[in-house]
Design a protein around this ligand. Sequence first.
Ligand code: FMN
Length: 368
Amino acid sequence: MLTAQRQNTKSTSDVSESKWHSSVRPLYFGSLRIDPPILQAPMAGFTNYAFRQIVREYGGVGLQATEFISARGFAWLEREVDAYPDRLWGIRDEPRPLAVQIWDNDPETLSRVGAKLVDEFGVSVVDINFGCPVKDVSERAHSGSYLLRDPDRIGKIVERVVSACAPTPVTAKIRLGCTLDSVSAPAVARAVEEAGAAALTVHGRTAQEYFKGRADWDQIAHLKSYLRRIPLIGNGDLDSPQMVVRAFRDYGVDGVMIARAALGRPWLFRQAAAAWRGDAIPADPTPAEQLDCLLRHYDYVVERFGVRHGTMLMRKYACCYAQGRTGAREFRSRVSRVDSQEAFHQTVRDFFPREGAVRPTDTRRVNE
Ligand SMILES: Cc1cc2nc3c(=O)[nH]c(=O)nc-3n(C[C@H](O)[C@H](O)[C@H](O)COP(=O)(O)O)c2cc1C
């Protein structure tokens, strides 16, 4: 677990802070430079083009990822892109680097789609999902986290995709294992590296745990000893710039990936990057700036999906932006019923200025 009380138990904490900061270095996936080594996680239903664009505007993210895409459904998705624009939205045109994540259990299907993403879409990284615990993917399709019980098969899949996508880097995202009794991440890490992957990302929970409890950062750190060549990206529960620094400093990961905490705080990457560099951490945007951000996010979504569908999609993001603020519960219940642009605007305008105070401003350096 990455908690305050555990910080001092690691030997690497002995390294002086200034020395640690002077040793920070960018990350490479093959020859692709990821700078800063702070990655935006793939999140189904959330990390579409609009969200990625908002994150990009704040900066501080070294690599962004799409939500996962079913490799088997890819041909259909391309045909139906007008009716179902979500998954492939923006991929061809948006700034690089960009990782696209795919899932399946068939090496042939995955390698065909990986090659297509490289050749036709020009993506920077093809990431393969070996961590999804959702039943439709895992139990029904025997993909995602289901494959963690079979490191050999994961190795075969990665090998095929690597050879189909070369020289574009192929990466794998895993959990610790299927269950707490069957932690397979060390064997999987070896298989992934030997198969030629360019990096490994580990979410420090098993599939059985879903999102319960805390991510086990000791287990993440332990994997470093199984990797000789490729970088290790740690993921799980990072929700502040300070925690990001601790992940690097105390757990020795080469990169970090942030998921849920950024959904309502897309500026978190900028803050984390400053902390990683040893600079002063920028303050949270004021409520008025957060309101502007949410309305801009709304505009991007509505431009693509139209007002009706776009407004419905934005309800969940608005709840994320409100999380942790006074009156968030009441706001959630109001915003979850809005069905027009006017109602959305009014509801969020009522909420944000009402809370005058900015969250505690932290302009200190993280290690001071
Ligand atoms: C709504 C949601 C959707 C997710 N979708 C994906 C996905 O498509 N692919 C993936 O590898 N992980 C997915 N994840 C897992 C996250 O990428 C990440 O591993 C996990 O949330 C732990 O990181 P965090 O504690 O920073 O949220 C999803 C998580 C959430 C909450």
